[in-house]
Design a protein around this ligand. Structure first.
Ligand code: AMP
Ligand code: ZN
Length: 491
């Protein structure tokens, strides 16, 4: 299968060619680095788009027969509120605000991030999640290499990278350096030699003791945000590795800085392909913690929407398009997602009957024999065309409606393609069937109460919802709220 990807570095769609390093393992390995979350608060759904995208890339390569080595870093120090080199450290600021230690803050939000990954069915087996605070030595050694090459200078608040000494600075995305300068706010750091220079190591303030600080050859302090990614990606993937991803907001500064440091230190390209997902907006404005227009994955259950419906929604557009979030669109995608599940649940009996009559103890392999070659070819063409999940989802609907395919073929094709789409259809079908089976033995009057309670919940009338729940229990039924809806059982 051919995989063409849009490489921000060249501005072109290119055929993915494995590197010689990749080919030395069986199966060949694709190495990928994804800029991870800054763990000073919950990741919002815009952030999560980046990791759904990373997962789509991973799953596509796995489908195509590669193995993957994947790194998502955890930024737990050094990301300043300005996103540049001034202002407070986001983590230290959150620690003060929440009245806890920096490590408690980062642990809390790292755990929440892992939970979000799980709720979105993002594969994490084998994924490395390195923390910046646990890689200080690697960062110091990279800064030392840069210093030895004469690419750094010291000013009163830290050690900086001299971008004028790195030919081609700004090459990723063809950044207009002059434009960056004009667009910037008033320069606060007058000691910097060039506007685009950035901190590699910041000194701790003299009037305040930071919670997170380390000794260094230049003075006590903490690493700059950009050096973390360079040090950790090189450590775990080597240089150059295959794929580097992040949101488009990282192109002008963060990723160009990663390139300048890593290539400046070693003379070798950092990554071969750079891929960037577009943003999620609300009312046309980028979702951002600093603007405060955030929506979190944890907001979904109270709207009775499965987080996987959000994944479905994102997959219905190409990763490079701007997606505007509304709850109406989420409701619609939840309906569409459930329709696929209920359709597959209905035909799943037919499939399991067939499986038990032909059981060869190797369900997966056997399923493949029902894969329609034309749909398979189309699916691979779409997904291999710069991860066009929108077309792949449209293909699922085409399969459902195709009268020339029998139910077993439909089921097998869709479940097979879900290896890439990651909609967790097999599990959802089981849950859905269980719900339907249970519902069918629940008397109508109890079901009516369940429905009334659901209505109260969606109207946020939680006290009424609690009252109805009590009534259901008194009538001899238990009620569990699950991601696929309430499950009622006779006690
Ligand atoms: P951060 O935690 O701010 O370092 O961001 C984590 C990832 O989320 C990065 O790849 C960002 O580019 C990405 N990101 C931030 N805001 C959005 C948004 N509104 N839509 C899509 N991606 C975003
Ligand atoms: Zn990064």
């Amino acid at each position: 299968m051919k995989i063409n990807i849009h490489n921000t570095l060249t501005g072109k769609k290119e055929l993915f060619e494995p590197s010689s390093v990749d080919l030395s393992t069986t199966p060949p390995t694709v190495t990928m680095y994804h800029c991870g979350p800054t763990v000073y608060s919950y990741a919002h759904i815009g952030n999560m788009r980046s990791y759904i995208f990373a997962d789509t890339i991973r799953r596509t390569f796995q489908y195509a027969g590669f193995s993957v080595r994947q790194v998502i870093n955890i930024t737990d120090v050094g990301h300043l509120v300005s996103d540049n080199d001034d202002g407070e450290d986001k983590v230290e600021k959150a620690a003060k605000k929440e009245g806890s230690s920096a490590s408690e803050i980062t642990q809390k939000y790292t755990d929440a991030f892992y939970k979000d990954l799980q709720n979105l069915n993002i594969q994490t087996n084998g994924t490395i999640f390195p923390k910046a605070t646990e890689h200080i030595a690697e960062q110091l050694s990279l800064i030392k290499q840069l210093e030895d090459k004469g690419l750094t200078y010291k000013i009163s608040d830290g050690i900086y990278f001299d971008t004028s000494k790195f030919p081609g600075y700004g090459k990723l995305g063809n950044i207009n350096i002059e434009g960056l300068k004009e667009g910037a706010r008033v320069e606060t750091n007058t000691e910097k030699k060039n506007h685009t220079d950035f901190a590699l190591w910041k000194f701790s303030p003299t009037d305040e003791r930071r919670q997170q600080e380390w000794p260094s050859p230049w003075g006590v302090g903490f690493p700059g945000w950009h050096i973390e990614c360079s040090a950790m990606s090189i450590k775990y993937l080597g240089q150059p590795f295959d794929i580097h991803t992040g949101g488009i907001d990282h192109i002008p500064v963060h990723h160009n800085n990663e390139i300048a440091q890593s290539e400046g230190a070693t003379g070798t390209p950092l990554a071969r392909y750079w891929l960037h997902n577009n943003h999620i907006t609300i009312d046309g404005q980028k979702i951002s913690k600093s603007i405060g227009n955030t929506v979190y994955l944890s907001d979904f259950p109270e709207k009775n929407i499965d987080p996987l419906a959000f994944r479905y929604w994102l997959l219905t557009s190409h990763y490079s398009t701007l997606s505007n979030f509304t709850w109406e669109a989420q409701q619609a995608s939840a309906q569409a997602y459930e329709k696929i599940i209920s359709h597959l649940a209905k035909i799943s009996n037919e499939v399991s009957n067939l499986e038990s009559s032909e059981n060869d103890g190797n369900g997966n392999e056997k399923n493949k024999t029902y894969i329609d070659p034309e749909y398979k070819e189309k699916f691979e063409r779409f997904i291999g065309d710069d991860f066009n999940t929108a077309q792949a989802i449209a293909l699922i609907w085409e399969i459902i409606k195709d009268e020339n395919l029998n139910n077993i073929q439909k089921f097998s094709n869709i479940i097979f393609f879900d290896e890439v789409l990651g909609l967790d259809l097999k599990n959802q079908i089981t849950k859905y069937s269980e719900k339907i089976n249970i519902q069918s033995v629940v008397p109508e009057e109890i079901q009516a109460l369940v429905n009334k309670r659901e209505e109260a919940r969606s109207n946020k009338d939680f006290s009424l919802a609690d009252e109805i729940r009590q009534e259901i229990i008194t009538l001899g039924y238990s009620l569990d709220d699950t991601s696929s809806g309430p499950i009622v059982k006779k006690i």
